[in-house]
Design a protein around this ligand. Sequence first.
Ligand code: CAA
Length: 260
Amino acid sequence: MAYKNILVEKKEGIATIIINRPKMLNALNTATIGDLTNAVNDLEKDKNIKVVILKGAGEKAFIAGADIKEMKDMNVLEAKQFAEAGHHMLSCIRQSRLPFIAMINGYALGGGCEVLMNCDITIAGRNAKLGQPEINLGISPGFCGTQCLPRLVGRAKAKELLLTGRNLDAEEAYQIGLVNMVVDNDKLEEETEKLAKKIASKSPVQTAFIKALVNMGTDIDMHSACALEVSYFSSSFSTHDQKEGMTAFLEKRKPVFKGK
Ligand code: CAA
Protein backbone atom coordinates (compact mmCIF):
# COMPACT_ATOMS: atom_id res chain seq x y z
CA MET A 1 0.00 0.00 0.00
CA ALA A 2 1.20 3.56 -0.71
CA TYR A 3 1.52 5.89 2.28
CA LYS A 4 1.59 9.68 2.37
CA ASN A 5 3.10 10.58 5.73
CA ILE A 6 5.15 7.54 6.66
CA LEU A 7 7.92 5.45 5.14
CA VAL A 8 8.22 1.70 5.56
CA GLU A 9 11.54 -0.07 5.10
CA LYS A 10 12.11 -3.81 5.33
CA LYS A 11 15.40 -5.62 5.90
CA GLU A 12 16.21 -9.11 7.20
CA GLY A 13 12.85 -9.71 8.89
CA ILE A 14 12.77 -6.26 10.50
CA ALA A 15 10.36 -3.55 9.31
CA THR A 16 10.99 0.08 10.18
CA ILE A 17 8.09 2.53 10.11
CA ILE A 18 9.25 6.15 9.95
CA ILE A 19 6.75 8.91 10.71
CA ASN A 20 7.75 11.42 8.08
CA ARG A 21 6.57 14.95 8.94
CA PRO A 22 9.83 16.31 10.37
CA LYS A 23 8.91 20.00 9.81
CA MET A 24 5.96 19.51 12.18
CA LEU A 25 8.01 17.32 14.52
CA ASN A 26 6.07 14.30 13.20
CA ALA A 27 2.78 15.47 14.72
CA LEU A 28 -0.03 12.96 14.17
CA ASN A 29 -2.82 14.21 11.92
CA THR A 30 -5.72 12.11 10.63
CA ALA A 31 -3.86 11.10 7.46
CA THR A 32 -0.80 9.94 9.41
CA ILE A 33 -2.94 7.95 11.82
CA GLY A 34 -4.59 6.30 8.80
CA ASP A 35 -1.20 5.52 7.27
CA LEU A 36 0.07 4.01 10.52
CA THR A 37 -3.03 1.85 10.91
CA ASN A 38 -2.70 0.58 7.34
CA ALA A 39 1.03 -0.07 7.74
CA VAL A 40 0.53 -2.07 10.95
CA ASN A 41 -2.16 -4.16 9.24
CA ASP A 42 -0.01 -4.64 6.10
CA LEU A 43 3.00 -5.79 8.14
CA GLU A 44 0.79 -8.14 10.11
CA LYS A 45 0.15 -10.06 6.86
CA ASP A 46 3.80 -10.12 5.75
CA LYS A 47 5.08 -13.44 7.01
CA ASN A 48 8.73 -12.42 6.43
CA ILE A 49 8.49 -9.70 9.08
CA LYS A 50 9.30 -10.61 12.68
CA VAL A 51 9.82 -7.26 14.44
CA VAL A 52 8.83 -3.64 13.83
CA ILE A 53 10.81 -0.53 14.74
CA LEU A 54 8.78 2.68 14.96
CA LYS A 55 10.63 5.98 14.77
CA GLY A 56 10.30 9.60 13.70
CA ALA A 57 12.09 11.33 10.82
CA GLY A 58 14.63 14.06 11.55
CA GLU A 59 16.80 14.84 14.53
CA LYS A 60 14.29 16.48 16.85
CA ALA A 61 11.31 14.27 17.50
CA PHE A 62 9.74 10.84 17.65
CA ILE A 63 6.25 12.42 17.66
CA ALA A 64 5.49 15.84 19.24
CA GLY A 65 1.86 14.84 19.79
CA ALA A 66 -1.40 14.97 17.91
CA ASP A 67 -1.55 17.75 15.31
CA ILE A 68 -2.64 20.88 17.15
CA LYS A 69 -3.29 22.78 13.90
CA GLU A 70 -5.70 20.10 12.75
CA MET A 71 -7.38 19.77 16.16
CA LYS A 72 -7.83 23.47 16.95
CA ASP A 73 -11.18 23.95 15.16
CA MET A 74 -12.62 20.47 15.58
CA ASN A 75 -16.15 20.15 16.87
CA VAL A 76 -17.19 17.51 19.39
CA LEU A 77 -18.02 14.88 16.77
CA GLU A 78 -14.78 15.46 14.86
CA ALA A 79 -12.76 15.24 18.08
CA LYS A 80 -14.51 11.96 18.94
CA GLN A 81 -13.74 10.51 15.51
CA PHE A 82 -10.13 11.69 15.79
CA ALA A 83 -9.67 10.07 19.22
CA GLU A 84 -11.37 6.88 18.00
CA ALA A 85 -9.02 6.71 14.99
CA GLY A 86 -6.03 7.09 17.34
CA HIS A 87 -7.37 4.41 19.67
CA HIS A 88 -8.00 2.06 16.76
CA MET A 89 -4.43 2.53 15.49
CA LEU A 90 -3.00 1.83 18.96
CA SER A 91 -5.23 -1.19 19.40
CA CYS A 92 -3.88 -2.58 16.08
CA ILE A 93 -0.33 -2.22 17.51
CA ARG A 94 -1.30 -3.88 20.81
CA GLN A 95 -3.07 -6.75 19.08
CA SER A 96 -0.42 -7.30 16.42
CA ARG A 97 1.50 -10.57 16.50
CA LEU A 98 4.65 -8.46 15.96
CA PRO A 99 6.79 -6.98 18.73
CA PHE A 100 7.01 -3.18 18.28
CA ILE A 101 10.11 -1.29 19.38
CA ALA A 102 9.66 2.48 19.77
CA MET A 103 12.91 4.36 19.10
CA ILE A 104 12.76 7.77 20.77
CA ASN A 105 14.95 10.42 19.24
CA GLY A 106 13.94 13.74 20.86
CA TYR A 107 10.36 14.70 21.73
CA ALA A 108 7.70 12.09 22.49
CA LEU A 109 4.88 14.24 23.80
CA GLY A 110 1.12 13.76 24.09
CA GLY A 111 0.10 11.40 21.28
CA GLY A 112 3.81 10.53 20.88
CA CYS A 113 4.10 9.32 24.45
CA GLU A 114 0.81 7.46 23.99
CA VAL A 115 2.17 5.68 20.91
CA LEU A 116 5.30 4.47 22.71
CA MET A 117 3.24 3.25 25.68
CA ASN A 118 1.34 0.98 23.28
CA CYS A 119 4.53 -0.43 21.77
CA ASP A 120 6.26 -3.37 23.45
CA ILE A 121 9.75 -2.01 24.18
CA THR A 122 10.99 1.59 24.19
CA ILE A 123 14.59 2.60 23.67
CA ALA A 124 15.41 6.28 24.12
CA GLY A 125 18.32 8.52 23.26
CA ARG A 126 19.67 10.70 26.08
CA ASN A 127 18.09 13.77 24.45
CA ALA A 128 14.56 12.32 24.69
CA LYS A 129 11.81 14.36 26.31
CA LEU A 130 8.59 12.58 27.20
CA GLY A 131 5.33 13.71 28.69
CA GLN A 132 1.62 14.32 28.46
CA PRO A 133 1.33 18.12 28.10
CA GLU A 134 -2.33 18.10 26.98
CA ILE A 135 -3.47 19.90 30.12
CA ASN A 136 -1.50 22.95 28.91
CA LEU A 137 -3.72 23.00 25.79
CA GLY A 138 -6.94 22.83 27.78
CA ILE A 139 -7.65 19.19 26.90
CA SER A 140 -7.10 15.78 28.47
CA PRO A 141 -5.13 13.08 26.61
CA GLY A 142 -7.13 11.39 23.85
CA PHE A 143 -5.00 8.45 22.69
CA CYS A 144 -5.01 6.29 25.82
CA GLY A 145 -2.65 8.39 27.98
CA THR A 146 -4.90 8.49 31.04
CA GLN A 147 -5.17 4.69 30.87
CA CYS A 148 -1.69 3.59 29.76
CA LEU A 149 0.32 5.86 32.04
CA PRO A 150 -1.13 4.63 35.38
CA ARG A 151 -0.81 1.04 34.18
CA LEU A 152 2.88 1.60 33.44
CA VAL A 153 4.06 3.91 36.21
CA GLY A 154 1.35 3.66 38.89
CA ARG A 155 -1.57 5.97 39.65
CA ALA A 156 0.23 8.52 41.80
CA LYS A 157 3.05 9.23 39.32
CA ALA A 158 0.61 9.20 36.41
CA LYS A 159 -1.63 11.78 38.08
CA GLU A 160 1.33 14.01 38.87
CA LEU A 161 2.51 13.93 35.24
CA LEU A 162 -0.97 14.32 33.74
CA LEU A 163 -1.96 17.14 36.10
CA THR A 164 1.25 19.16 35.71
CA GLY A 165 1.88 18.37 32.03
CA ARG A 166 5.61 18.55 32.73
CA ASN A 167 8.16 16.86 30.49
CA LEU A 168 10.51 14.13 31.68
CA ASP A 169 14.03 13.66 30.43
CA ALA A 170 15.16 10.19 29.33
CA GLU A 171 16.78 9.34 32.66
CA GLU A 172 13.65 10.12 34.71
CA ALA A 173 11.50 8.25 32.16
CA TYR A 174 13.78 5.25 32.63
CA GLN A 175 13.65 5.53 36.45
CA ILE A 176 9.84 5.35 36.48
CA GLY A 177 9.63 2.53 33.93
CA LEU A 178 8.30 4.52 30.99
CA VAL A 179 11.24 3.53 28.80
CA ASN A 180 13.21 0.28 28.88
CA MET A 181 16.67 1.63 28.15
CA VAL A 182 18.53 4.86 27.51
CA VAL A 183 21.55 5.05 25.21
CA ASP A 184 23.79 7.81 23.86
CA ASN A 185 22.18 9.53 20.88
CA ASP A 186 24.91 8.47 18.48
CA LYS A 187 24.32 4.83 19.45
CA LEU A 188 20.51 4.92 19.27
CA GLU A 189 20.08 3.53 15.73
CA GLU A 190 22.73 0.84 16.28
CA GLU A 191 21.37 -0.29 19.66
CA THR A 192 17.79 -0.35 18.34
CA GLU A 193 18.84 -2.50 15.42
CA LYS A 194 20.76 -4.84 17.74
CA LEU A 195 17.68 -5.25 19.93
CA ALA A 196 15.43 -5.83 16.90
CA LYS A 197 17.82 -8.46 15.49
CA LYS A 198 17.97 -10.26 18.82
CA ILE A 199 14.18 -10.51 19.01
CA ALA A 200 13.94 -11.42 15.31
CA SER A 201 16.20 -14.43 15.97
CA LYS A 202 13.63 -15.96 18.38
CA SER A 203 10.64 -18.10 17.50
CA PRO A 204 8.00 -15.79 15.92
CA VAL A 205 5.32 -18.06 17.37
CA GLN A 206 6.65 -17.39 20.84
CA THR A 207 7.19 -13.65 20.43
CA ALA A 208 3.53 -13.44 19.42
CA PHE A 209 2.43 -15.70 22.31
CA ILE A 210 4.43 -13.76 24.90
CA LYS A 211 3.15 -10.38 23.68
CA ALA A 212 -0.46 -11.62 23.72
CA LEU A 213 -0.08 -13.24 27.16
CA VAL A 214 1.40 -10.14 28.79
CA ASN A 215 -1.07 -7.76 27.12
CA MET A 216 -4.18 -9.86 27.76
CA GLY A 217 -3.08 -11.36 31.07
CA THR A 218 -2.38 -8.07 32.81
CA ASP A 219 -5.87 -6.80 31.94
CA ILE A 220 -7.73 -9.74 33.51
CA ASP A 221 -7.76 -11.45 36.90
CA MET A 222 -4.74 -13.56 37.94
CA HIS A 223 -6.64 -16.87 37.96
CA SER A 224 -7.88 -16.47 34.35
CA ALA A 225 -4.47 -15.11 33.27
CA CYS A 226 -2.71 -18.20 34.64
CA ALA A 227 -5.19 -20.46 32.81
CA LEU A 228 -4.39 -18.53 29.64
CA GLU A 229 -0.68 -19.12 30.21
CA VAL A 230 -1.20 -22.88 30.66
CA SER A 231 -3.16 -22.96 27.41
CA TYR A 232 -0.50 -21.07 25.40
CA PHE A 233 2.34 -23.05 27.03
CA SER A 234 0.75 -26.39 26.17
CA SER A 235 -0.13 -25.37 22.60
CA SER A 236 3.56 -24.50 22.08
CA PHE A 237 4.14 -28.27 22.08
CA SER A 238 2.32 -28.58 18.76
CA THR A 239 4.93 -26.37 17.05
CA HIS A 240 8.07 -27.05 15.06
CA ASP A 241 9.83 -24.32 17.05
CA GLN A 242 9.36 -26.14 20.37
CA LYS A 243 10.79 -29.38 18.93
CA GLU A 244 13.63 -27.45 17.29
CA GLY A 245 14.43 -25.32 20.38
CA MET A 246 14.66 -28.30 22.72
CA THR A 247 16.45 -30.56 20.21
CA ALA A 248 19.01 -27.81 19.50
CA PHE A 249 19.63 -27.37 23.23
CA LEU A 250 20.29 -31.08 23.68
CA GLU A 251 22.48 -31.21 20.55
CA LYS A 252 24.41 -28.14 21.83
CA ARG A 253 23.73 -26.02 18.74
CA LYS A 254 21.81 -22.85 17.91
CA PRO A 255 18.14 -23.42 17.08
CA VAL A 256 16.77 -22.50 13.66
CA PHE A 257 13.22 -21.31 14.26
CA LYS A 258 10.67 -21.32 11.43
CA GLY A 259 7.67 -19.69 13.06
CA LYS A 260 5.67 -22.88 12.69
N1 CAA B 1 1.03 19.81 16.37
C1 CAA B 1 1.20 20.60 15.30
N2 CAA B 1 2.36 21.23 15.03
C2 CAA B 1 3.36 21.02 15.90
C3 CAA B 1 3.25 20.21 17.02
C4 CAA B 1 2.01 19.58 17.26
N3 CAA B 1 1.80 18.76 18.27
N4 CAA B 1 4.42 20.22 17.68
C5 CAA B 1 5.25 21.02 16.98
N5 CAA B 1 4.60 21.50 15.89
C6 CAA B 1 5.13 22.39 14.86
C7 CAA B 1 5.25 23.82 15.37
O1 CAA B 1 4.01 24.49 15.27
C8 CAA B 1 6.28 24.38 14.44
O2 CAA B 1 5.66 24.68 13.21
P1 CAA B 1 6.00 26.07 12.44
O3 CAA B 1 7.46 25.91 12.06
O4 CAA B 1 5.07 26.06 11.27
O5 CAA B 1 5.78 27.16 13.43
C9 CAA B 1 7.22 23.19 14.19
O6 CAA B 1 6.45 22.02 14.53
C10 CAA B 1 8.46 23.19 15.07
O7 CAA B 1 8.04 23.31 16.42
P2 CAA B 1 8.59 24.46 17.41
O8 CAA B 1 9.01 25.67 16.63
O9 CAA B 1 7.58 24.66 18.49
O10 CAA B 1 9.90 23.73 17.98
P3 CAA B 1 10.61 23.95 19.37
O11 CAA B 1 11.90 23.22 19.31
O12 CAA B 1 10.64 25.39 19.74
O13 CAA B 1 9.63 23.22 20.46
C11 CAA B 1 8.24 21.43 21.27
C12 CAA B 1 9.45 21.84 20.39
C13 CAA B 1 8.57 21.70 22.75
C14 CAA B 1 7.99 19.95 21.05
C15 CAA B 1 7.01 22.27 20.86
O14 CAA B 1 6.86 22.20 19.44
C16 CAA B 1 5.74 21.81 21.48
O15 CAA B 1 5.49 22.10 22.64
N6 CAA B 1 4.87 21.10 20.70
C17 CAA B 1 3.57 20.70 21.16
C18 CAA B 1 3.66 19.53 22.13
C19 CAA B 1 2.27 19.15 22.62
O16 CAA B 1 1.59 19.93 23.26
N7 CAA B 1 1.85 17.90 22.32
C20 CAA B 1 0.55 17.39 22.70
C21 CAA B 1 -0.43 17.59 21.59
S1 CAA B 1 -2.08 17.23 22.05
C22 CAA B 1 -2.20 15.55 21.96
O17 CAA B 1 -1.27 14.85 21.65
C23 CAA B 1 -3.57 15.04 22.30
C24 CAA B 1 -3.72 13.57 22.35
O18 CAA B 1 -3.48 12.92 23.34
C25 CAA B 1 -4.30 12.86 21.22
